[in-house]
Design a protein around this ligand. Structure first.
Ligand code: NAP
Length: 483
């Protein structure tokens, strides 16, 4: 079992109290490295979720001024900074990503709380300089109400930081449901919120347990005004349907299928270096990692060899060992999906540049999948159409700019994309044509707390980060005053 001062209460948190499930049932959290049980968390359901929503609704009666919210946001930054190693250790143990990378995720999370604290004045009431209808007009930025925040397993603290920072900034009480695969980092975060901040009861609530009953309650309860969800497009679609009747506001951060386009004039070493950082972060299990590498035919073989030279140096293993670069995949389903994408590509004619087909996994947990590169990928292959979520680098080729853009856009997703070229005019043409909300130009970097991030097309709607994210849980209220 995982022993940590931040996990003294491995329980849910409702109305300022640590609680077990009414049924006393629990879920086990496993280490993807070896399947060891790390901890049990309560298997809560509709009754506990309803109580959490009611507690949050009561907390709406004690609004906090901007100054207090800023103090809370800064308090969280301080607590995260002071506990980055321990939070990183818990995150590494339940997710598998290397400890050093997990600590980087804690820093990333702190950045969202810091950004909101530094920019809260954007939520001050705004007086219009115009005076339409002979009135003076003021816009107030009111909290939208109780918000539900549902997060995936692949960034156990990064994803909640985006949502919770904006909820606290907007003064929206929240009910949080973490992924059942990685709830321990969230429990640890709540331990810090409980110890370090004087949040009123009900302001932040945590329910752990199976998605179905908790998710349905969050969708069906009329007091939840906004549902902010990060996860698969498949579940996102279900949430749209389920919340339509109550006309809830949704923020949906869904799946991606990022193209990584390398033109013939690009700095190939820089493109390869960036690809390593982008593709293998989290073992390739990120929504923004390059999923389709689209390289000009004249440099594709050369580029593949440069990526291979770099990827060969990556060490796959237990994330708690200091020299590990890539940890295990999250579970058997994740591992078998990458394996299926690889075998499908090879069956349909792709050439293996690095790696081999690893054996099927016998256990349910984890699985170490080595970095693998294939060349000659086509649109008929599964790795082109679906998010692989693993350390497979599938390279396709193009012959001209128009084809490169068409290939990049050949997906129902529109989250992240990347292009590498030395020609700025070509880059500007390509950026304007790429139907993605994030386009890295000569960089493989993903989102940052200071910039809005979200999806186009079936990658969702709404934004997190930046000023746009700060307004996600706000209802503007307009007051014309006559006389
Ligand atoms: P998922 O299966 O959709 O689950 C995400 C969260 O939703 C989990 O907490 C899950 O709980 C919960 N959930 C599942 N079914 C639900 C339902 N019917 N109602 C309410 N909640 C429900 O996704 P995942 O496998 O955890 O995450 C990987 C996906 O997230 C990938 O597609 C990735 O691209 C996407 N993602 C997107 C972004 C972005 O910014 N756009 C960022 C990160 C990840 P349980 O764990 O208990 O099932």
């Amino acid at each position: 079992m995982l022993d940590s001062p931040l996990l003294k209460n491995c329980r849910g948190y409702i109305n300022g109290q640590w609680l077990d499930a009414d049924s006393d049932k629990t879920l086990t959290v496993y280490n993807p490295v070896d399947g060891a049980a790390l901890a049990q968390v309560p298997a809560m359901g509709p009754a506990e979720t309803t109580r959490a929503i009611e507690a949050a609704r009561s907390a709406l009666k004690t609004p906090a001024p901007l100054g207090k919210r800023r103090e809370w946001l800064r308090g969280i930054v301080k607590a995260l900074e002071a506990n980055r190693e321990e939070l990183g250790r818990i995150l590494c143990m339940e997710h598998g990503k290397p400890w050093k990378e997990a600590q980087g995720e804690v820093d990333y999370a702190a950045g969202f709380f810091r950004y909101c604290a530094d920019n809260l004045e954007a939520l001050e009431p705004r007086a219009l300089k115009e005076k339409p209808r002979n009135c003076s007009w003021t816009v107030y930025y009111r909290p939208a109400g109780v918000v539900a925040l549902v997060t995936p397993w692949n960034f156990p603290i990064g994803m909640i930081a985006k949502k919770l920072s904006a909820a606290i900034a907007a003064d929206c009480p929240c009910v949080i449901k973490p992924s059942s695969k990685t709830p321990l980092t969230m429990v640890a975060l709540f331990a810090l919120l409980d110890e370090a901040l004087d949040l009123p009861p009900g302001k932040v609530n945590l329910v752990t347990g199976s998605a179905g009953p908790i998710g349905d309650t969050l969708c069906d309860h009329p007091d939840v005004r906004v549902l902010s969800f990060t996860g698969s497009t498949e579940v996102g679609r279900e949430l749209i349907e389920r919340t339509a009747l109550l006309v809830k506001k949704l923020t949906l951060e869904l799946g991606g299928n990022a193209p990584y386009i390398v033109f013939e004039d690009a700095d190939l070493d820089a493109a390869a270096d960036n690809l390593i950082g982008n593709k293998f972060r989290g073992g390739g299990q990120t929504c923004v990692c390059a999923n389709r590498i689209i390289v000009h035919e004249s440099v594709a073989e050369d580029f593949a060899q440069r990526v291979k030279a770099r990827a060969s140096k990556l060490k796959v293993g237990n994330g708690m060992e200091p020299d590990t670069d890539i940890g295990p995949l999250i579970d058997r389903n994740g591992y078998e999906k990458v394996r299926r994408h690889l075998t499908d590509a090879l069956d349909k004619g792709a050439e293996l540049v690095m790696g081999d087909v690893p054996p099927s996994l016998e256990n349910d947990w984890g699985g170490f999948f080595p970095p693998t590169i294939v060349l000659g990928v086509t649109a008929q292959m599964a790795c082109w159409k679906e998010e692989t979520f693993g350390p497979l680098v599938p390279i396709a080729t193009f012959s001209d700019e128009t084809q490169a853009i068409e290939m990049g856009n050949q997906t129902e997703f529109g989250l992240a994309s990347y292009l590498f070229t030395a020609d700025d005019a070509r880059a500007q043409r390509a950026i304007a044509s790429l139907e993605f909300a994030h386009v890295g130009h000569n960089t493989g970097t993903g989102p940052a707390p200071e910039a809005p991030f979200g999806g186009m097309k079936q990658s969702g709607y709404g934004r997190e980060g930046g000023l746009e994210g700060l307004f996600e849980f706000i209802e503007p209220q307009t007051v014309p005053r006559g006389g």
